[in-house]
Structures are given as C-alpha cells and as structure tokens.
Design a protein around this ligand. Structure first.
Ligand code: UDX
Ligand code: ADP
Length: 465
C-alpha cells in the first residue's frame, strides 16, 4: 500500500513536533512534508539547530528527517502531492479593526485555504490543527469550494492539538485523547476514518474521540479556558493567603486530594503565559459577546483580568519591598520563558513584570537557560513603544546566572527552571547589598534555607517567617 501522503502547512510549535511524531510512529506507512513560507524557519528545521527547543524533539527529527519526514518551502508542491493537509498556522489575537484585542486573526488560515484551492489537483482532506474560532471550518469550506478547480472535493476536519510546550513529545507519544471533528455525511465519516488511521499507528482506538466539527472546535477553546481558570483560581487564593496565615501550597495540596478537583494545575505562580491561554479565552469572550451572551463573556474575561493583576501584584511587591524605589537598582531576573523546558516567551509573565520594573527605572540583569538575548530584546522593546532605547539603557542579558545575580539588590524567579534550585545562593548572598531580597514567583526554592542564609524572601501565596 502506498504511504499516506501528509502535508502540514506551518512549521511552528504545533506543526513541527506533531508531524515529527506522526512520521516517527507512522514509519513507512506515511510520508510527511512540513512546509512554511518562512525560509529561515525551514532552513533551521533542516539543520542541526532546530528552530524550537523541545525535550526529545532533536532525536525524533534525526531519526525521520530525509526518510519519511521533510521540511520545505515548496507549499504548492506539497499541497499537490498530499492526501491529508494539516493547517497549522498561527491565529494571533487581532491587533486592528473589528474584534481588536479579542478576536483571533484568521488571515493566515484564509491564505492557506486559498493556496490549497489553487494547487489541489485531486480530492483532499483538510484538517484544522491550529486553535481556531468556532465555525472556522465553515470559512475554510466556503473558500475552498468557491476557488477550487472543477470536480475537486474537500472534506474539512477539526483535529485540535492539546500538546503543552516543554512536554510536547511525550504528550504526542501518549495523548490523553485525540479529538477529531467532522461532518456527519458518509464522506465526512470516511475522512474521519482516514485521519483516525494515521493516529492508530500508536494511539489506542478508545482514546480517539470523534465529534461533530463544531464540538471539536469549541472543545479546544473550552479546554484551554478551563485550565487557565484553574490557575487564576489558585492565584486568587494566593492573594488571600498572603494577607492571612494560610499557605497556598498547603491549600492546593488539601483541595487537590479531592478526586473531583484533582491535583494538577494548582501551582500558584506569577501568572500564566504562553501563546494559547489568553488568546483562546479572549476568543471565547469575543464569541460570547457576539452571541449576545455578555454575562458568559464577563465570566471568562475575569480569568484574564485576574492574571494581569497577578503579574502586576508581583512587580508591585518587588517595588514596595525595595523601599518603594527600584530606580537604578540592579534586579536579577531568573527565567524569561513562559514556563520551564521551552525557549518560548510568548505572553510570558516575565515580559510584563520587566515592563513594570523598567517603568520604575530598574536596572535588569536577565538570565534564562534557553531564551536568546535577541528575543528578550524584541519582547521588551515591544512593550516600550516610543521609548525602545530604555531597553538598551536598563537591560543586560547574561549567559552566566552568577554574573546576572552578582551584586543585585534583588533576585526574582519568574520561570520554574530546575537548575535554579541547584544554585549556590550563599555565594550569591555574599555579593548582594543588604538587605538582600529574593522574590520567588514560582515557589520552587527552599525558602527556609534561604532565610537561614539571611535573605528576605517573598513568595507567592505564603508568608515566610
Ligand atoms: C497549554 C495547554 O496546556 C495545552 O493543552 C494547549 O494545547 C496549549 O496551551 P502550554 O501553554 O504549552 O499548553 O503550557 P501549560 O503547561 O498549559 O502552561 C501554561 C502557563 O500556565 C505557563 O505559564 C505555566 O507556567 C502556567 N501554569 C501552569 C501555572 O502557573 N500553574 C500551573 O499549575 C500550571
Ligand atoms: P503555533 O504555535 O500555532 O505552531 P507558530 O507561530 O509557531 O504557531 O507557527 C506558525 C507557522 O505558520 C509560522 O512559522 C508561519 O510562518 C507559518 N505560516 C503562516 N501562514 C502561512 C502560510 N500561508 N503558508 C505557510 N506557512 C504559513
């Protein structure tokens, strides 16, 4: 049997790892080509330094690349050859016009649909992989039908990806579930079977859930909204804990034992980041508002408001603790990625904490094991519009954490990288002006031991005595 020919449009955080695992697990039953208009990104996928850092990804790509996994900029050629086309392009929050600040921008999805219609010479199954606004499948369908060559048919499926960054490869290798939404027509059901067969190379059949297209699209938004809501809920509790004698870690442990609640995703933090949570909630808010469900919109909007507040609350604590002025004081920022084990900084709480500290004139010395200096520069300039030069004046990025911490008035942990727990803080303490402050935005350090060394500690949702 000829291998299933798969094309993935978009070689990003979702398309790249997902297709690498499909190639690994499908073996000679599949041929996968990942295409992107970004030449630099494709060149990186074809090099020894992949464009994204993800534990285990290098090994998978090395095993498959050039055999049944290809990275290319030939979008037209890959579309022509494919039976199944994943659309895995970005859908950022709109920054202009109608729905500015909340609706998802589907212009990249639309341009993919037009490219697919133009280059298809036979029937195709087109799969929405990117998280999209509800009913985007309808948009795809209409564009494809209005532009395709005579006699060519398309089936649209929704197959949202639930992987989390930092654990993408293990999430893909053993997913909690694979969700496939499609039309209830016989052709729709056949398309669902064809996609299901790709996953059945390694995912047990009872973990492959099929639904109608609209349930599938909405489930992805709902899953991210529920996850983010849990973090805002525990972060709301953290503020109450700080004002009382309660400890948020103890509260999380106590409530997490309830099997109805579960223990995961109850880690209070400086705030959630990442490319999905905020964007998807705002997308849900926009949908609810446009359906005239304003109370529903307000309910979900509050999850984002609480998160912004939590970030601001953390930077305000730093300023207040440092005697209400951080101007010209050196503050070391440990961690810039939105979570550990990724180099991704999209919507990272660190960006907004640093923004606030820069507003107050602090000198920031930043260290992150995986984020490149250019990325930090770009992110901080993007929140310094009209005064970009302040980043050059106020910020230094270091490749040695001890150099970043040396002589700082305060150290703030913003990402939960494991290596931070192994540092020799006694050595750091000796270099710092006193009182020496440590702000743990992730509750990962040994606060009692640090306190013993002489540090003044502020942590999320607890009082350190
Ligand atoms: C998320 C969803 O988990 C995933 O299913 C979806 O496909 C994409 O969005 P991701 O953004 O990669 O994945 O990371 P996730 O692990 O969910 O963390 C998101 C943010 O929440 C991070 O900033 C993380 O540090 C924070 N977080 C997570 C907490 O603050 N506390 C927690 O208990 C869990
Ligand atoms: P995600 O996190 O959803 O994977 P990314 O931004 O990491 O998002 O990746 C999306 C990729 O899609 C980018 O590399 C971008 O260049 C690519 N892309 C966007 N539009 C198109 C298009 N019309 N054709 C091919 N690739 C595209």
């Amino acid at each position: 049997m000829a291998p299933t020919n798969i094309c993935c449009i978009g070689a990003g955080y979702v398309g790249g790892p997902t297709c690498s695992v499909i190639a690994l697990k499908g073996g000679d039953q599949v041929k996968v080509t990942v295409v992107d208009i970004n030449q630099k990104r494709i060149a990186a996928w074809n090099s020894d330094e992949l464009p994204i850092y993800e534990p285990g990804l290098d090994e998978v790509v090395q095993q498959c690349r050039g055999k049944n996994l290809f990275f290319s900029t030939d979008v037209a050629g890959a579309i022509k050859a494919a039976d199944l086309i994943f659309v895995s392009v970005n859908t950022p929050t709109k920054l202009y016009g109608l729905g500015k600040g909340s609706a998802a921008d589907v212009k990249y999805i639309e341009s993919c649909a037009r490219a697919i219609a133009e280059h298809s010479e036979g029937p195709k199954i087109v799969i929405e992989k990117s998280t999209v606004p509800a009913r985007t499948a309808e948009t795809l369908d209409r564009i494809l039908r209005a532009n395709c060559k005579p006699g060519i048919t398309f089936e649209i499926l929704s197959n949202p990806e639930f992987l989390a960054e930092g654990t993408a490869i293990s999430d893909l290798m053993s997913p909690d579930r694979v969700l496939i939404g499609g039309s209830t027509t016989p052709e729709g059901q056949k398309a669902i079977q064809a996609l299901s067969a790709v996953y059945e190379h390694w995912v047990p059949k009872d973990r492959i859930i099929t639904t109608n297209t609209w349930s599938s699209e909405l489930s992805k938004l709902a899953a991210n909204a529920f996850l983010a809501q849990r973090i805002s809920s525990i972060n709301a509790m953290s503020a109450i804990c700080e004002a009382t004698e309660a400890d948020v870690s103890e509260v999380a442990r106590a409530i997490g034992k309830d099997s109805r609640l579960g223990a995961k995703f109850l880690q209070a933090s400086v705030g959630f980041g990442g490319s999905c949570f905020q964007k998807d909630i705002l997308n849900l808010v926009y949908l609810a508002d446009s359906l005239n469900l304003h109370e529903v919109a307000d309910y979900w909007r509050q999850v984002v408001i609480l998160n912004d507040w939590q970030e601001r609350r953390f930077s305000t604590r730093i300023i207040k603790a440092l005697f209400n002025t951080v101007s010209s004081k050196k503050i070391c920022i440990l961690g810039f990625a939105f979570k550990k084990n990724t180099g991704d900084t999209r919507e990272s709480a660190a960006i907004y904490v640093c923004q606030h500290l820069m507003d107050e004139g602090a000198q920031l010395a930043i260290y992150d094991p995986k984020v490149k200096a250019e990325q930090i520069d770009l992110d901080l300039k993007s929140v310094s519009q009209g005064q970009e030069d302040r980043v050059d004046r106020l910020v230094t990025v270091h490749s040695d954490p001890y150099e970043a911490m040396d002589g700082a008035h305060a150290v703030a942990v913003l990402t939960e990288w494991d290596e931070f727990k192994t540092y020799d803080f006694a050595k750091v303490y000796a270099t710092m002006p006193k009182p020496a402050f440590l702000f743990d935005g992730r509750n990962i350090l040994d606060h009692a031991a640090l306190r013993q060394m002489g540090f003044e500690i502020e942590a999320i949702g607890k009082k350190i005595h």
